[in-house]
Design a protein around this ligand. Structure first.
Ligand code: SF4
Length: 224
């Protein structure tokens, strides 16, 4: 089978069934906070705040612009992705295709983010997962991509090196395990909670205080 940009699409050995695929965005949620991931992907809880609304609009605008072709550059938007090896499904905001000297087109995924570059690797993991999906679908190697941040209006180039790939694969495994367990971890309050759209329902400070009482009661009840 051939894609619209002329690559052979490989039917690879599936490790996951179609029914077992999880959203690529779940990896970013897991990396940010496993409880947030469980609330969204197990309990289907989602709450929009100003930050998530701005992010959603940015993604929608990126998708609306349609396909483009300029010289040695082709741009595809809202590209469906999947990897049976890592068990992932999702959508890339933008995939650029750069024509190389030998005439082949090199895919280069670009993910749009509302804020600014972060200290953690969560956005990079999400982008790397997109690249791994494209590699599996198109039988190509993808050495890099970029994150575009709305606040700085700048691109951050991301190299898909061995460390980032290992981390992405480990997080994909852990996210599958969490979702398959059906169990939502308890909250662990941190500064990051202040930017979480689920903070109103999660109540991380209150819930954390309650845990010692719960542990005390269960100790009391289990004592002979
Ligand atoms: S409020 Fe904090 S602990 Fe709760 S889901 Fe959000 S990030 Fe996780």
């Amino acid at each position: 089978m051939r894609s619209s940009v002329g690559f052979r699409i490989r039917e690879c050995d599936a490790m996951f069934d179609e029914d077992d695929l999880i959203m690529i965005s779940a990896l970013q949620h897991y990396c940010f906070c496993p409880r947030q991931c469980a609330l969204i992907h197990i309990e289907q809880a989602w709450s929009e705040n100003r930050l998530t609304a701005e992010g959603r609009l940015m993604h929608e605008r990126a998708h609306e612009e349609g396909e483009e072709s300029r010289g040695d550059l082709r741009i595809a938007r809202a590209v469906m992705l999947r990897s049976f090896r890592l068990g992932l499904i999702g959508m890339a905001d933008v995939v650029e295709f750069h024509r190389m000297e030998d005439g082949r087109w090199q895919p280069f995924p670009v993910e749009y983010k509302r804020g600014k570059p972060k200290m953690d690797d969560c956005d990079k993991v999400q982008l790397c997962a997109q690249a791994i999906c494209l590699e599996e679908m198109l039988s190509v190697e993808i050495p890099g991509g970029a994150l575009f941040y709305g606040k700085t209006r700048r691109r951050l180039d991301v190299a898909f090196d061995a460390d980032l790939r290992r981390k992405t694969e480990a997080i994909a495994r852990q996210t599958h395990e969490l979702i398959a367990s059906g169990r939502t971890p308890p909250p662990a309050y941190g500064k990051y909670c202040e930017s979480c759209s689920l903070i109103e329902g999660c109540l991380p400070k209150k819930m954390q205080k309650k845990r010692p009482v719960k542990a005390y009661l269960s100790r009391m009840l289990s004592d002979p």
